[in-house]
Design a protein around this ligand. Sequence first.
Ligand SMILES: C[S@@+](CC[C@H](N)C(=O)[O-])C[C@H]1O[C@@H](n2cnc3c(N)ncnc32)[C@H](O)[C@@H]1O
Length: 254
Amino acid sequence: MTAAPQRGVPGTRPEGVLDETEAAAHVREMFGRIAPRYDLLNHLLSLDTDKLWRRRVARRFTAILHDPRARVLDLCCGTGDLAFACRKEAPGGAEIIGSDFVPEMLVRARAKAAAARAAVEFMEADALHLPFADASFDLVSCAFGFRNLANYERGLQEILRVLKPGGTAGVLEFAEPPGRAFGAMYRFYFRRILPLLGGMISGNASAYTYLPMSVGRFPSPGELKLQFDRAGFVGVQFESWTGGIVTLHTGRKT
Ligand SMILES: C[S@@+](CC[C@H](N)C(=O)[O-])C[C@H]1O[C@@H](n2cnc3c(N)ncnc32)[C@H](O)[C@@H]1O
């Protein structure tokens, strides 16, 4: 499989998809189909490292999370794991809402919240058309969801719109690791092994060929930082973890 980098792309474009509407429909349908095995595959294919990454994101925002007056939106929350990591970081703290546009993911997120008695609310919402008033949140987080948006610029504008002045955005995404030896090994795993395993276990091979392809086409960490800057965020920074497999971008609204 090839993952030809297409820099400057407006948003995700799964194979064979021509425009934003089709891309969003494809993404929605794909995540609906893999939802039943999503958690299992996440933990298995990352050898549980995904849990550490989300915990680390939550720890970055500990000051906001501990403030009981703060409101937090976890965008593209899927089955809720980042929202739960945030809740765990500050059990009696901020109000936390998770939103996603795939009901099959939200059903699982709500069941997990009920089982763990975790105070997190989940809502169905498209990240590109959020049903929240301007300046509603102190923190908007997003783990592994932003890359799937059909329009990155609009996604950033929508995050900015719902952030309060002084509010923070944190976007965790996969990246292509730069190191030569590690990069080559990782690419082999990510492009060859992961789609095979993911396809076998989820019964949906295309979702797990889409994953490395979408990462290959996603803006590099430096390019994404520029997109944050251009969107109007201030103090934009990124840090790479686990040899550059994932990157956390943060920025504030003035
Ligand atoms: C790879 S999953 C990540 C889920 C979760 N944040 C996590 O850390 O496991 C990506 C999620 O983004 C959601 N998503 C993609 N595009 C979206 C959009 N435009 N609006 C809302 N959710 C979206 C998908 O439904 C899916 O649940």
